[in-house]
Ligand binder design. Structure first.
Ligand code: QUE
Length: 350
């Protein structure tokens, strides 16, 4: 079998290429481990000055996590399901604190777990093929992988809007919201990567030079006032009531979209977005997200959502009755809680 992560040195760059084309390069545990191992190896290697993350042939940059396998593990193999998120968040944290700059190329679908490996990078390149979304509430979970941090820092009430609706953003919208640093035509990326690998100290200039003026329309900007008004509350029912009160086709369609998502997942997401800005350190964010994820993957909506969206593809989930999500935020017992990779860990410790 071909390696699902192709990692190699290219000039002065460490290259990590996601290579699971049949699943839009969604991350499984082996990929998370291979990426972690490569980053640890490159951390102390003086001839590697920068890390480039992209995908091999085929569509998509990274569709998220391998949630079908995780959902199938819930019955009987809960430890394996937990282990995926535990290690994925360790990778996200390693990238967030990594001493060398990262460049992520979001040249296609970039969702969930794909966002988690992009947002920690200093340079985030979108293209005309970028389709960015945090669609987790459709499968009974929440925008994780640091989503609480990245989304809650966006302007106005975009975090609440993106989390509840799974709305997709194009490359120009990602740039307008600072989720991307650059928008570069897809057919220029090979040349850009080659130049960066040869001259990593010029990365900013190389990306700036490859960007064309006017990188396309960002229609979301025109809707910001309406989004801010309708998503002003941290309460799901108040948001729905606010959308229903607008005499506006967009508001009606948006309310319908939210009503199709897991209500429990939506409420958990809204509460996370209240809590996330209180965290000083990314470690605290990921510890909270892991505790919440451990609870939600055992709540029936996760299995049901994965069934409806990704297995049977009937898009007709039956959600469980609404729970009070507050207990989902209780810290885990210390022995089960998430922790970052120990700082001294080396590549042979896996
Ligand atoms: C929510 C998600 C994911 C999703 C859809 C959601 C997710 C994910 C995929 C996905 C899509 C296409 C594939 C694939 C996975 O879809 O995490 O293997 O081919 O990986 O609504 O969180």
């Amino acid at each position: 079998m071909q390696d699902e992560i192709r990692s190699y040195q290219d000039g002065q760059a460490g290259r990590m290429r996601l290579n699971r084309p049949h699943a839009l390069h969604a991350l499984d545990l082996a990929m998370v481990r291979a990426m972690t191992r490569a980053l640890i190896e490159w951390r102390d290697q003086d001839d590697i000055r920068i890390v480039l993350i992209d995908h091999a042939e085929g569509r998509g940059f990274c569709a998220g996590g391998d949630v079908v396998t995780i959902a199938n593990n819930i019955d009987g193999h809960v430890a394996a399901a937990r282990a995926f998120f535990f290690e994925e968040y360790r990778l996200n944290h390693l990238m967030y604190t990594y001493p060398k700059p990262g460049v992520a190329f979001m040249d296609g679908v970039t969702m969930g777990g794909g966002v988690g490996i992009t947002c920690p990078c200093r340079y985030r390149v979108a293209t005309e093929r970028t389709m960015f979304a945090m669609p987790e509430t459709a499968i009974g979970i929440f925008p994780d992988v640091g989503g609480g941090r990245y989304l809650s820092r966006l302007r106005g009430r975009l975090a609440q809007y993106l989390s509840l609706t799974s709305a997709r953003l194009n490359g120009a919208e990602c740039k307008a919201l600072r989720l991307a640093t650059h928008v570069i035509a897809s057919d220029r990326l090979d040349a850009v990567k080659e130049k960066i690998a040869a001259n990593p100290y010029r990365v900013q200039a190389i990306l700036d030079e490859a960007e064309e003026p006017g990188s396309g329309d960002a229609p979301i900007l025109a809707r910001l006032p309406l989004i801010d008004r309708c998503f002003a509350s941290d309460d799901l029912h108040a948001i729905l009531a606010s959308l229903d009160a607008e005499e506006d086709p967009w508001a009606a369609a948006t309310a319908k979209t939210i009503r199709a998502k897991s209500p429990t997942a939506c409420q958990a997401s809204l509460r996370m977005l209240v809590e996330s800005p209180k965290h000083m350190h990314f470690v605290d964010e990921m510890r909270m997200e892991y505790a919440l994820m451990v609870r939600l993957i055992e709540f029936p909506d996760f299995r049901e959502g994965v069934r409806a969206v990704l297995i049977d593809k009937d898009n007709a989930p039956t959600w469980a009755p609404l729970a009070d999500v507050a207990p989902f935020f209780d810290p885990l017992p210390e022995a089960e809680a998430w922790s970052p990779l120990p700082a001294h860990i080396g590549k042979n410790d896996f």
